[in-house]
Each structure stands twice: as C-alpha cells, then as structure tokens.
Design a protein around this ligand. Structure first.
Ligand SMILES: [Zn+2]
Length: 385
C-alpha cells in the first residue's frame, strides 16, 4: 500500500513523512480513527514507506523487493495482531497467529479498508466477541525479541486495540513503554474511551480524522460511479469509506433487481410464448440463495410501492426515474382484489428459497400466479371504468 492509494488524509500523511525526515518516529504510536477513516491502510502505507530503501520524497517506491512484500501484507518484518475468536477451523485457544492466511486474504480483498464486523464475518465466528489475548501478547514479545530479517525496521501492527483484554495489556506493559531498538509498535483503535489506560498513556496519539464528503465522492468517481450519485452516496456515508461502499453496492443491487424484475414481467406477458420466460426462470434458479431472496424481496417492495401509489398518489415512494415510472405502471394492475395474494405469493417464494425448494418450478409457479393475479386486477379496472 503506497500513500498515493490512501483516500484523503493528505495533511496527516505529510505530518508522518515530516516526522520521519526529522528523525522523530515514535516507537509506540496509537492511530485513532473511526471506522471507514482508513487508519489501518494508513498505518500499513506508513510502515511500507519506512521500510522502503528506494523511497521518494513523499512515498514508498512500490516496486522494490520490500514494497512488493508489503503489498501482499507478507513482509517478514511486519507483524499483525488483531481480535480473534473460535470458528470452524480453530476450536480453542484462538490467537492472531492462527489466522494469518485469512487475515491477508481479507486485507487483499478490501485493500486494507476493513471493519470489525466484516472481519468477524470473514472468520465465521458467529455472534462471538473477538479479543486480543495474553497468547497474542506473548507472541508479540517473542517476535520483537528477534532481529529484523531485512532492513532496519520491524513493525508490529495491532489492529483494533480496543479489543485487547487486560491480561494481554498487562503482559505488554514493558514492551509498550520501551520496544527494543528498531521496533515500531503501531496500535490502531476506534474509541479512545474504550482503550485501557495503560495503552493510552504509553503511545503517541495520532488522530486519523473522518474523511470529507469530497474525499469519498472523488474516490467513488475514480471508481467509475456517476458524479451525482457519488455525491449522494458521500452525503449518506458521513466520512466512512466502508459505509460508502456498502451504500454503493446496495444501489447496484437494487438497479440489477429492477432490470431483472421488469424483464421478468415483460416475459410473463409475452403472449403464447413461454420459451423466454422458462429460460429466465432457469437462469434465476441457478443464482445463489441470497441473490434470489434479494430479487424476490424487490418484488415485495414493488407491490408495496404500488399500494402507496394507489393510496396517496405515491408521495411516500422513495424511487425516481425509470424505477418510479415502472412502479406507476405496475400499480395499475394492483388493487384491493389482488394485493394480498400478490404479497403472499412473493412471501411464499422467499420461504421456499430459504428451504431450498426446487427453484425452477417455484419461479414458473410464481410467474403464472402473478400473471393471473394481474389479469384479475386488470379485469377489475375494466369493470370500474
Ligand atoms: Zn520500495
């Protein structure tokens, strides 16, 4: 991770570089920043910069042997510690050293912009709380007693030090106070008030601010998101890059569901030719369970919005553009005669997906139910006119 890939934080990066140039690199540092501020990514970029033998004035080179190992989060002089709990593969005495492969994969997948919940999910620990424990503290102490393999720096990164328990921090007291020469301890935490006093008092505090809306929207735009959409997402994300990505993915999913749903309904009404519909149903049946549930839930949402449309002219509908237009058209087929059955048809389909029913048959069934319910709705409209 080079500094140039860090989102925002220019002022802080300048400060870190100046500190290095003036020979003021503290041995124990605490990067304190809210979720989505990129504190971990920043710490890794900083460590890579310190270790790079070919660094420029303001960044690591990104291509030397040291940098390449850092890019894979696998430099022998960079040691990671983080909260863990038992899971399917580690059934007792969990500690960071047992999860390094999972950790590197998770970092790579997310360019080191990670969250505690995301990490727990990646590990599959269920509802358990993770901790940094005494076993981790012992590992840290033995790791830093060794000489650096390469170069002059050995870096220990402790992510989410908020989760370090008391016995671990007591064990580390001396190390935190005075790490051996050439060792830099970077702790990363989110909530200052949740940190143990021993940790707070022994580290140089480096505050990592929340990102600005501008930071977030410009990175989203670089990633190919439309400028206006990027601004909207940034506004909702409130300085949290992870939240921004989540919002963006949700928006992408909604768009995909909308296009699929519209296509499906058109196929449902293709007179006398069900080839397209059957093909669509087969494709849908092959999708993962979560994707199917999301598609069917979108169907429920369309019906809900159609009812809103019919009741108060849709002032409560949170849709715009093509999607709104589609809902308005669809609403003409929904009325008191069929809205309840529509709901239950979709709910039942979701129930079947959850229980692994034969999805192909389920979609065909649902298609025909929807067609006939919409026809009833239409007949009612005709009679009323
Ligand atoms: Zn380098």
């Amino acid at each position: 991770m080079q500094f140039k890939y860090i989102i925002g934080q220019n002022e802080l990066i300048d400060k870190l570089i100046t500190g290095y140039k003036e020979n003021r690199v503290a041995h124990t540092q605490l990067f304190l920043g809210d979720e989505g501020s990129g504190a971990l990514a920043l710490a890794i970029a900083y460590a890579q910069f310190l270790a790079c033998p070919d660094k420029s004035d303001n960044d690591s080179c990104g291509i030397c042997a040291s940098c390449l190992k850092y890019e894979k989060y696998a430099h022998p002089d960079m040691h990671f510690y983080f909260p863990t709990a038992t899971n399917q593969s580690v059934k007792k005495d969990p500690k960071a050293g047992l999860f390094l492969t999972e950790w590197r994969n998770y970092l790579s997948e997310n360019d080191a912009y990670i969250t505690l919940n995301g990490w727990y999910e990646h590990l599959g620990v269920g509802n358990k709380q993770g901790y940094i424990r005494k076993d981790d503290a012992n590992d840290i102490i033995s790791k830093i007693s060794l000489k650096a393999y390469e170069g002059s720096y050995k870096v220990v990164i402790i992510w989410m030090v908020d989760k370090m328990n008391e016995s671990a921090s007591n064990k580390l007291l001396k190390t935190l106070e005075e790490p051996p020469d050439g060792t830099i301890l970077i702790m990363i935490g989110e909530k200052y008030e949740q940190l143990l006093p021993t940790i707070r008092s022994r580290a140089q505090l480096i505050k990592v601010p929340r990102l600005t809306n501008e930071n977030i929207s410009s990175r989203l735009t670089e990633n190919g998101i439309d400028t206006n959409e990027a601004k909207d997402i940034a506004l909702l994300a409130n300085g949290n890059w992870n939240l921004a990505q989540e919002i963006e993915q949700d928006a992408g999913e909604t768009q995909a569901n909308f296009l699929n749903f519209r296509k499906w309904l058109r196929l449902c009404f293709q007179p006398k030719d069900y080839t397209g519909l059957l093909k669509f149903n087969q494709e849908m049946a092959k999708a993962g369970r979560e994707k199917q549930k999301s598609f069917l839930s979108y169907g429920l949402e369309v019906i809900h919005n159609s009812i809103l449309q019919n009741n108060d002219n849709g002032s409560l509908i949170k849709k715009a553009g093509e999607e709104l237009e589609f809902t308005q058209k669809f609403a003409r087929f929904i009325n008191k005669a069929n809205q309840k059955e529509m709901y239950s048809a979709f709910n039942q389909a979701i129930y079947h997906v959850e229980r692994n029913a034969h999805a192909g048959i389920m979609y065909s069934d649902l298609s025909f139910t929807i067609v006939s319910l919409m026809a009833e709705g239409r007949d009612k409209i005709t009679k009323e006119q």
